[in-house]
Design a protein around this ligand. Structure first.
Ligand code: C2O
Ligand code: CU
Ligand code: CU
Length: 488
């Protein structure tokens, strides 16, 4: 598994021939940057991130400019995507960085030619700022602007994305990370947000393949290029002894990722809604679309060594079900990015777990908020919640400030990542089995085929909130509804 870094560049013949359309699945396009470059370490990136420029000098105000535009970006193939879109001409968009209690102001400009609204995935903002009211009523049209403004009440790792025609616009590149610091956080040596995405390219033109085949609407769109922060083949510099906080988010339309980091242990220290009470070590990490995990890695390699973050295939359908699912990445493991050791060694900052903000519910509460039923009709080609498709799914009404259990029953033979806006939840049990590992806040959770998942919430953020499957083809196809958290 361990590969030695070639100190001089060489081409080992693995590189896909893009002119003849050699399949990405066979060769793993993510390999190319390892071999295609000429200057040994020239393409190494520092471990860290540059946030969006804060235009307001006040310490508790973060004010940024955010512009969405048509933008041709290179997913690592060397061929810019003419159908690409980006925030501030970067994919992912630049990191929105703030801290608990900050007031955030975003001057959003829609410089594309389609209607848009921005959703702050996982943040407990007000309904007017969540992007859904706009989506349903008054979107930000081409050439228009909108001021998003909210207070940060959660810490950890989140992301934002457009919330209209998501299957097309998120595939095109409109997504970005949100890093929210908490007061007792000790900065790690490296704080690295990594957005995991796949994109489906036509293998003749290496442009974004056309959307919306009937099959994709049901199965979800799986890509043939795996990207970390908008590009395959990234190589990040590490130094022995350093501590890295990887902030991982899955922005794929439909792909579940199953990550393995060669030669290193990953310790999960946080989930969707902040830090955990009890970190736990994993040898692989499964992530559904929309989910986040914060993971700490101690760098223990030696100078010149290179370790890859690998992705294993996750099948979305029951293995013994009726659907035959083909993954354009093939069935094996594929490289996502590499960590490359430079010379020397440092005494790292180590890791100290910030105080969690998670009540130890650990069990369902008696009050049943709602029982959702997810279904798929293969013949009719529809995905539904409670027997209907958006906008006809019946409204769910629940009182504010009452602890409630919700049940999500998946009657289909496919996994669905269920996402709820505006409030935060804990997963209690999956198919009747208690969740063993560190309880944390979640806003997106996998509902396995033919399984019921129970979640609890304190429902402390009133308003009308959308919930939906985060397989974007399903969300756009109607697997979405609204819930009202009612004030007295
Ligand atoms: Cu990440 Cu309603 O979305
Ligand atoms: Cu969301
Ligand atoms: Cu779904």
């Amino acid at each position: 598994m361990l590969t030695l870094l070639p100190l001089l560049a060489c081409t080992d013949g693995d590189e896909p021939d893009r002119t003849t359309g050699d399949s990405a699945a066979d060769s793993g396009i993510a390999d190319t940057a390892d071999t295609a470059d000429t200057g040994a370490l020239a393409d190494l990136e520092p471990c860290g991130f540059t946030p969006m420029t804060d235009l307001d000098a006040a310490p508790d105000v973060v004010e940024v400019n955010l512009t969405a535009s048509n933008f041709a970006w290179d997913p690592g193939t060397g061929i810019p995507l003419t159908g690409g879109m980006a925030f501030n001409e970067a994919v992912p968009g630049p990191v929105l960085e703030a801290k608990l209690g900050d007031r955030v102001r975003v001057h959003f400009v829609n410089d594309t030619d389609i209607d848009m609204s921005i959703h702050w995935h996982g943040l407990r903002v007000t309904p007017e700022m969540d992007g859904i009211q706009q989506m349903m009523g008054d979107p930000v049209s081409p050439g228009e602007t909108f001021e998003y403004e909210y207070t940060i009440v959660d810490g950890g790792f989140y992301w934002f994305h457009t919330h209209m025609n998501t299957a097309t616009t998120i595939e095109a590149g409109l997504y970005a990370p949100i890093v929210l610091h908490v007061p007792d956080e000790v900065a790690p040596d490296c704080d690295l947000p990594v957005v995991l995405d796949d994109v489906l390219l036509d293998e003749d033109t290496w442009q974004i393949a056309p959307p919306d085949t009937a099959m994709m609407k049901l199965m979800g769109r799986l890509g043939n290029v795996l990207m970390a922060n908008g590009r395959s083949g990234r190589r990040v510099a590490w130094t022995k002894g350093q501590t890295t906080l990887l902030r991982l988010v899955n922005s794929s339309n439909a792909r579940y990722w199953d990550l393995v980091l060669e030669g290193h242990t990953m310790t999960v220290v946080g989930t969707d809604g902040g830090f955990l009470a009890e970190p736990y070590a994993v040898d692989h990490l499964v992530m559904a679309p929309g989910e986040r995990y914060m993971v700490v890695v101690e760098a223990r390699g030696e100078a010149g060594e290179s370790y890859r973050l690998m992705n294993r295939r996750v099948q979305l359908h029951e293995e013994d079900g009726d659907m035959i699912e083909v993954d354009p990445m093939g069935n094996g493991e594929n490289p996502v990015m590499s960590f490359v050791y430079g010379v020397g060694e440092v005494v790292g900052a180590g890791w100290r777990q910030p105080a969690p903000d998670v009540p130890a519910w650990g069990a369902a509460v008696e009050n049943l908020g709602h029982h959702w039923v997810l279904e798929e009709d293969m013949m009719g080609g529809t995905v539904t919640i409670d027997g209907a498709a958006w906008p006809d799914v019946p409204m769910v009404d629940v009182p504010m400030d009452v602890d409630a259990t919700f049940e999500v029953e998946n009657k289909s033979e496919m996994h669905h990542p269920f996402h709820i806006h505006g409030n935060r939840f804990q997963v209690v049990d999956v198919g009747g089995e208690a969740v063993a590992e560190g309880q944390g806040w979640k806003d997106t959770f996998d509902i396995p085929p033919r399984t019921t998942v129970r979640i609890v919430s304190a429902l402390d953020n009133p308003g009308e909130w959308m919930y939906h499957c985060h397989i974007l083809e399903h969300a756009d196809g109607g697997m979405a509804g609204m819930m009202t958290v009612m004030e007295e």
